[in-house]
Design a protein around this ligand. Structure first.
Ligand SMILES: Nc1ncnc2c1ncn2[C@@H]1O[C@H](COP(=O)(O)OP(=O)(O)O)[C@@H](O)[C@H]1O
Ligand SMILES: [Mg+2]
Length: 210
């Protein structure tokens, strides 16, 4: 069983979008996956409920009791934990203790990156991260690759010793599809496929972590 933690101290950066699309991608590949919703806002839980109403079930567990993550049911497969904004490394400790990888979505703006700098610094000195036992990856979300701002942001992120493993483009498709309990990985049109391509380096990185 694997535990992937999706976390960033900043709100609205795409934690839930990343968590649910990742879960749907795994499910589409035939893998067992469970979402763990540690955010009192419950967006992941509602997404999962909408999805279940469409007949496509991805189980979701309540992650508010953080120690629960140590007692995931047998057969949970990969657990993807969605966390709230405004939490620091201390609140995330129970997850950081057991996670196999951490994914940090970041919007490509100087303000967003500066606001998350303390969070990234704290992650960098976490004992498991320092030991190399807990890999951390940055995912640029709402990227506008052609713009200088996006490119500068990626440069800024290189200041941390974490790899930038994907740049997911800014697209209404994410908002529309998650609002329906869907994901990018439920469709196969040429446009959606080009969006899916953005995720391939992230999948590759996750596979490499074993
Ligand atoms: N790549 C993207 N392109 C466009 N809109 C996005 C993208 N990722 C997220 N969003 C939108 O941004 C908002 C915040 O995303 P969300 O996943 O809820 O962030 P968080 O969980 O970090 O608060 C939502 O309205 C979501 O639909
Ligand atoms: Mg969220």
């Amino acid at each position: 069983m694997k535990i992937w933690l999706v976390a960033c101290s900043k709100g609205g950066v795409g934690k839930t979008t990343l968590a649910v699309n990742l879960a749907a991608a795994k499910a589409a590949a035939g893998d067992q996956v469970t979402l763990v919703d540690a955010d009192p806002q419950g967006s992941t839980t509602r997404w999962s409920e909408r999805r279940a109403a469409l007949g496509s079930v991805i189980p979701v567990l309540d992650g508010h009791n953080r120690t629960q993550v140590r007692r995931l049911p047998a057969g949970a497969g990969t657990a993807i934990v969605d966390t709230p904004a405004g939490v620091g490394e201390r609140e995330l400790e129970p997850f950081l203790d057991v996670a196999n990888a951490v994914l940090v979505p970041m919007q490509p703006s100087a303000f967003d990156i500066e606001a998350s700098a303390r969070f990234l610094d704290a992650l960098a000195v976490h004992p498991r991260v320092r030991r190399g036992a807990l890999p951390v990856a940055l995912v640029v979300n709402r990227s506008k690759p052609q713009t200088q701002a996006s490119q500068q942001a990626v440069e800024m992120l290189r200041g941390w010793n974490f790899p930038v493993v994907a740049q997911l483009r800014d697209s209404q498709a994410y908002t529309v599809l998650t609002g329906l309990g869907r994901s990018l990985f439920d469709y196969h049109s040429a446009q959606v496929r080009s969006h899916q391509d953005d995720w391939q380096p992230l999948f590759h990185w996750l596979r490499k972590q074993g």
